[in-house]
Design a protein around this ligand. Structure first.
Ligand SMILES: [Cu+2]
Length: 172
């Protein structure tokens, strides 16, 4: 009789902890999903972690309601073609980074070394990088010129440091 009572009480305790555990898990995953969704609307409801996630290190707001990068501009995904200019054995091109990359499609010649000068950038466009070409440059202190060897025909990608804004070099 008393053994049965004890068993019931243990069962009840187990259930209570299971329910508490389930609630904690649900709250955790809800918070996590709201943070991952990076909507500004959710920042106030999901506590300190979400607030921290919504800001980048330099204090700029990184997230916007449409899920994009607020400081990257909206026109940055439209193709803006640019061509290299001949500078005596090397082809040169300037890329403005004040609102995405302009141009973001650079047409270049194969077999001729190239120098790409990226302008000064900040926020989202504070860095430029390319896994294809093996460079990563900080643009915050001023323009940077990247010297590239003569390339084979093909398309080579580059992006901002967050990999949110993209450009390409089309070598023909
Ligand atoms: Cu970016």
């Amino acid at each position: 009789m008393s053994q049965t009572d004890q068993r019931e009480s243990i069962d009840r305790r187990v259930w209570r902890w299971a329910i508490v555990g389930a609630i904690v898990l649900v709250v955790f995953f809800t918070t996590y999903q709201l943070t991952a969704a990076s909507g500004q609307d959710t920042v106030s409801t999901s506590g300190q972690e979400a607030t921290q996630a919504a800001y980048t290190g330099d204090g700029a707001v990184a997230a916007s309601a449409d899920g994009g990068c607020a400081c990257c501009g909206t026109s940055s995904s439209e193709p803006v073609e640019g061509f290299t200019a001949d500078a005596g054995g090397v082809q040169v091109v300037d890329v403005d980074v004040s609102d995405g990359f302009a141009p973001n499609v650079i047409r270049a010649k194969a077999g001729v070394p190239m120098e790409i000068t990226f302008g000064q950038g900040s926020g989202c466009m504070a860095e430029v990088m390319s896994a294809d070409l093996g460079f990563y440059e900080d643009l915050q202190s001023g323009p940077r010129t990247i010297a590239l060897p003569a390339l084979q025909p093909g398309e080579y990608g580059f992006s901002c440091g967050m990999e949110m804004v993209f450009g390409s070099i089309v070598v023909e």
